[in-house]
Design a protein around this ligand. Structure first.
Ligand code: NAD
Ligand code: MG
Length: 360
């Protein structure tokens, strides 16, 4: 088992990464007599809820659960209310621990429920998608969507422990695994050339879910994100680097309608656009843009714009992105592989030509 510690001023917590951790009582920060509510969904519960429940009952915890319907469209205030109702009906007090068992959607909803139920209760994350294991379960952002905007209602709220059982990825659809790899590749590209190089050597093993490589990879990603978050918990500076490819990707997701392309697929193309723009500006070399493209392709990710989208379709969406400040397009670009930076007022015609360079 690998451990990554997230160092935050007043709250430090561990991320445990390994096989069969769902069954390992030693990773749960709970004791006999503790009350626990597991939040999961109708897809994940049949696979893993019994295992987690049994482990907790063996510790001596009193365990109940609440199951949400599956999907981003249920990341809502209504789902939050379902959790609150379940907690209240069973007289859960401030000493209860909420456990999120699922992907990023479950983690985000359950996290916000934990942040707000009786002004905050203890929270444990058990992420079961690669995206949740390397990204959404690290950093303490929790939220639900509002009809007028994604992630518009939420809080920064840190878990007491994150438990990553890498065997859960065996049941995850391959397309979801690959989408998670886009965020993995992103970490190498923005901050860690040595990790990028490691990925070039091990990407086939990751696609095939080879356990040892998977565990090292997840721990490295958690460490990179944890370091960034420790420097900048509430996104005033460095945390913005984590958005490489996301402003372009956001345009793809909104233009196609959420759910048609997975987030990671849109981010993969977005990273190619950011790299193309960086190259035009005289930063990253053509050869390194080629390395990025090849790595993404080996993870079965798209590297060019969807064929139903024209270059002009991007900017209107990009200007509405929440990362835009005072009408100025802020973009994360690459100085080189492993070194990203934020621009403050990017010329729109250059942006357009970078998008065109990634359009068939
Ligand atoms: P998801 O939670 O919708 O999971 C994807 C699909 O896989 C779902 O159908 C889910 O039921 C299923 N699933 C999950 N684990 C499984 C398993 N082990 N086996 C089989 N099926 C499984 O999607 P996601 O990509 O994990 O998360 C996306 C969400 O994360 C978005 O709402 C996004 O806003 C959020 N997010 C949050 C942060 C953050 O910092 N809080 C960061 C990135 C993304
Ligand atoms: Mg992302």
């Amino acid at each position: 088992m690998l451990t990554v510690n997230v160092e935050l001023k007043e709250r430090r917590y561990p991320i445990y990464i390994g096989e069969n951790l769902l069954k390992d009582p030693s990773v749960y920060p709970l004791k006999s007599g503790d009350k626990v509510m597991i939040v999961s969904n109708e897809t994940i519960a049949p696979l893993y809820l019994d295992t987690v429940t049994k482990t907790l009952e063996n510790i001596g915890c009193k365990v109940s659960n609440v199951l949400l319907p599956d999907g981003e469209k249920y990341k809502t205030l209504q789902s939050l209310d379902l959790i609150f109702t379940a907690l209240l009906k069973e007289n859960h007090g401030r000493d209860t621990t909420l456990i999120a068992l699922g992907g990023g959607v479950i983690g985000d909803v359950a996290g916000y429920a934990a942040a707000s139920y009786q002004r905050g209760i203890k929270f444990i994350q058990i992420p079961t998608t690669l995206l949740a294991q390397v990204d959404s379960s690290v950093g303490g952002k929790t939220a639900v969507n509002h009809p007028l905007g994604k992630n518009m209602i939420g809080a920064f709220y840190q878990p007491i422990t994150v438990i990553v059982d890498t065997l859960t990825l065996n049941s995850l659809p391959k397309r979801e695994v690959n989408a998670g790899l886009a965020e993995v590749i992103k970490y190498g590209a923005i901050l860690d050339l040595a990790f990028f190089h490691w990925l070039e050597q091990h990407i086939d093993n990751l696609v095939a879910l080879q356990q040892a490589d998977l565990q090292y990879c997840i721990s490295r990603c958690c460490q990179i994100k944890a370091d960034v978050v420790a420097r900048d918990e509430t996104e005033k500076g460095d945390r913005a680097l984590l958005n490489l490819g996301h402003t372009f990707g956001h345009a793809i997701e909104t233009h196609l309608g959420y759910g048609n392309w997975l987030h990671g697929e849109a981010v993969a193309v977005g990273m190619m656009m950011a790299a193309a723009l960086s190259e035009q500006l005289g930063n990253i070399s053509k050869a390194d843009v080629g390395r990025l493209e090849k790595l993404l392709a080996r993870a079965n990710l798209p590297t060019i714009s969807p064929d139903t989208m024209q270059p002009e379709d991007y900017l209107p969406h990009m200007m509405r992105d929440k990362k835009v400040l005072a009408g100025k397009l802020r973009l994360v670009l690459l100085k080189t592989l492993g070194q990203a930076y934020v621009t403050t007022d990017m010329d729109k015609s250059l942006v357009l030509s970078a998008i065109s360079a990634c359009t068939q």
